[in-house]
Design a protein around this ligand. Structure first.
Ligand SMILES: Nc1ncnc2c1ncn2[C@@H]1O[C@H](COP(=O)(O)OP(=O)(O)OP(=O)(O)O)[C@@H](O)[C@H]1O
Ligand SMILES: [Mg+2]
Length: 710
């Protein structure tokens, strides 16, 4: 196919020839350097001076600190063994020197740095030189030199560089030498400093930061090991600062011994170790176009060198074509492998999720089934029966709250917003969350609090989750403080700059331990015996979907404060979300359509208890027929309650349309166990009654459509 291409124009041909010549030159220089390095570099036997030998004899092993969690560069494994690229390099250095170099295995990276600063150890095995560190450390030749990249979620548009991330959150490790540089060059970027690379990448994966600045080799390794599947490389930050061995300035003999040991390891050996650990294999991370371009350029250069050796002729073209085809096939193969891995990882996460939910549900169902069957079998006295049924009801309520949480996670949980006054909504949620507990609550709202556009149901759930956590943190009693005030978000805040409402929920509990704190918003993280660990994950997802931000401050022994900031609408007119009414006796007629017989029976009993007449239908067509018949017979239904989806039958949406064609004022309430198909889709209905519902909830929603009893 290539041979059939029209010949290029003379200018283009000259440019192409010049480009190939440059590549060939680069390739030849690189190959020659590599050959020289492999063939000519000897392995010198290290001779230490008398002074150096005496120092080692009196001082003992050279003790270097290591980063406990920086794979594949170096880490301390579960058995306490120093592993990774640096470990392999040090093994060679030790062998060549014949001098013991010991790795200090305790402590976090921060503590290692502290030990090096205080002189407790002789130095650090692999560390980025900075001016501040140069005050007490002397540097070896660079031992690792790696690319730093910006990582974002798959759904982040474009390929943002750090400069594009003004006002957004970028996660980094707190010990990174780049922190100061990034702060200086990008003052508008909001840095989220975390303990290690895994936490930084997790923060992006779970939406607590928009991007992470990490080392590519470390990121690809961590992403694979931690099974994170929703990240990609957005852009290169440039070369990361190279890592060197740093030894204490006040121990110059340690510095000279280490330098001699390193000089005794050949370039080829170092390259071999590097390739053993740092593959540019970024499974789970999509490579940037630039990286692919670089890869393609390298391959072309190598192909070109081979072609020169064989002669500058037509063969060259065929070989380039073949190499390109080979490269394309290889890339396609790699893409297939990456996709297969992603699929497998997704299925695995799904299996874990399904397993967790099934486990929780089985426990709750056992609570329901066990108690109900005891009532049926033993026919206990009224008091015990009441207790058993109460227990069954409690388990059911927990199952209801679990499904609600899960539905908020689902796509359909996107907010359906109304502009409301937050104070009454927050007051009601706090009241519900503290009902029957030994803990009190206090809501303090700034006078003239700005309204905000929120989904009242979802925001109520946010407040309930936060207040319930606060209540659970104070088992012996106390007060939950809920404060609402107006604030203005400035540039660099995590919400759109402008007027905001701030909600703070504080408790007097024991606080959150430092090792739990960075993970509280992760799903399934719970320290409670009966916690599902979904409360804060859902809260975080709701708040960010509202364009807001959530943060937590907690110190062991000093209580906890969660702070939510939501965009406000000063001056906008508000609506009042419907409030539940106390049950009153009603008359009139209700039609209930549901394909599930047990639901029909419950609805019939519950609504019948109000004093009204209840008819039932098993699907939409039957309901429409009954409705017509009743209307024609002069005894129309006052309200119809329909199930949204009827498998294989006519669902609630169709019933609504058919009834409204005849009577545009027809009162139709929708009842569904699913989340809304899309926000606002259910607005045409007169009201919604989410399943499952209690007697009180059914009466509160349907009651107002029925005439009061005479
Ligand atoms: N106010 C608080 N005080 C102390 N620890 C808290 C507080 N809020 C949250 N936590 C910690 O964060 C963890 C996660 O909270 P989250 O609400 O997500 O789950 P949970 O309360 O354990 O379970 P669930 O809310 O799903 O029933 C808790 O288990 C607890 O360790
Ligand atoms: Mg909770």
């Amino acid at each position: 196919m290539r041979e059939a291409d029209p010949p290029p124009a003379p200018g283009a041909r000259r440019r192409a020839a010049a480009r190939i010549a440059v590549l060939v030159l680069c390739g030849s220089v690189a190959v020659a350097a590599l050959l020289r390095a492999t063939q000519m570099e000897p392995h010198p036997t290290v001779t230490l001076t008398a002074e150096e030998r005496a120092w080692i004899a009196s001082h003992g092993p050279i003790r270097l600190g290591a980063d406990p969690a920086y794979p594949p560069i170096e880490w301390i494994d579960a058995r306490g063994v120093h592993r990774g690229l640096v470990a392999d390099l040090l093994t060679l250095v030790r062998r060549r020197l014949g001098v013991p170099i010991e790795i200090v295995r305790e402590g976090s990276w921060k503590e290692v740095l502290e030990k090096a600063r205080s002189g407790e150890i002789d130095g650090v095995a692999a560390i980025q030189p900075t001016p501040e560190r140069s005050e007490y450390l002397a540097w070896s030749i660079p031992i690792v030199d790696l690319l730093d990249v910006v990582i974002v979620r798959h759904d982040e548009p474009g390929s943002p560089t750090l400069g594009d991330l003004s006002g957004r959150r970028v996660a980094m490790t707190s010990g990174s030498a780049l922190v100061d540089e990034v702060r200086r060059a990008n003052p508008d970027v909001e840095l989220v400093l975390l303990a290690d690379e895994v936490s930084a990448l997790r923060a992006v994966s779970f939406g607590q930061a928009e991007a992470a600045l990490v080392n590519l080799a470390v990121a690809s390794y961590v992403v694979e090991a931690a099974g994170i599947t929703n990240l990609r490389v957005a852009s290169d930050y440039g070369r990361g600062l190279p890592l060197s061995i740093g030894t204490r300035r006040d121990r110059p003999l340690a510095t000279s011994i280490v330098a001699k040991g390193l000089a005794a390891v050949s370039l080829a050996e170092r390259e071999e170790i590097r390739q053993r650990w740092v593959r540019l294999d970024v499974s789970g991370v999509q490579t940037t176009r630039r990286a692919l371009l670089a890869l393609a350029l390298c391959l072309i250069a190598i192909t070109a060198v081979a072609a020169v050796a064989l002669g500058w002729n037509a063969t060259l073209r065929r070989r380039v074509a073949a190499a390109t085809a080979g490269l394309e096939a290889e890339l396609a193969e790699r893409r297939r492998a990456e996709e297969a891995l992603l699929r497998a990882q997704r299925l695995e996460s799904l299996a874990i999720l399904a397993g967790g939910i099934a486990h929780d549900f089985n426990n709750l169902l056992t609570g329901i089934l066990g108690n109900v069957s005891l009532v049926r079998r033993d026919r206990p006295g009224p008091e015990e029966e009441d207790e058993l049924l109460r227990e069954a009801e409690r388990a059911t309520r927990r199952a209801v709250s679990l499904t609600r949480q899960l539905l908020t996670f689902a796509k359909g949980g996107a907010p359906d917003t109304l502009v409301v006054d937050l104070a009454p909504l927050v007051e009601e949620a706090a009241r519900v969350a503290t009902r029957g507990r030994t803990v009190g609550y206090r809501v303090v709202a700034e006078p003239g609090l700005w309204p905000a556009a929120v989904d009242p149901g979802q925001l109520g759930q946010v407040v309930q989750n936060l207040v319930i956590n606060a209540v659970e943190a104070m088992p012996t009693g106390g007060v939950v403080e809920v404060a609402l005030d107006n604030v203005r978000a400035g540039a660099g805040a995590r919400v759109t700059p402008g007027p905001c409402v701030r909600l703070r929920v504080s408790d007097e509990g024991p606080g959150i331990p430092a090792d739990v704190l960075p993970h509280v918003f992760d799903p399934f993280v719970s320290t409670k015996e009966r916690g599902s660990g979904l409360g804060l994950a859902v809260t975080h997802s709701v708040v960010t979907r509202h364009g807001g931000a959530i943060d937590v401050r907690s110190r062991p022994g000093e209580g906890t404060t969660f702070e939510v900031v939501l965009p406000a609408r000063p001056g906008a007119s508000t609506v009042t979300p419907p409030r539940s009414e106390p049950a009153r006796r009603r008359s009139g007629r209700v039609l209930v359509m549901d394909d599930e017989e047990s639901v029909r029976r419950v609805a019939q009993r519950v609504l019948g208890s109000l004093g009204c007449e209840v008819a039932v239908a098993a699907d939409g067509l039957e309901a429409v027929a009954l409705w017509h018949a009743a209307r024609e017979g002069g005894r129309p239904f006052d309200v119809v309650v329909v199930d949204l989806t009827v498998p294989g039958g006519t669902g609630g949406m169709d019933v609504l349309r058919r009834l409204r064609e005849i009577d545009p004022q027809a009162k139709v309430v929708v009842s569904s166990g699913y989340s809304e198909p899309e926000p606002g889709a259910l607005r045409e209905f007169s009201a919604t009654l989410p399943k499952p519902y209690s007697a009180e909830e059914a009466i509160a929603v349907v009651g107002p459509f029925l005439p009061p009893a005479p």
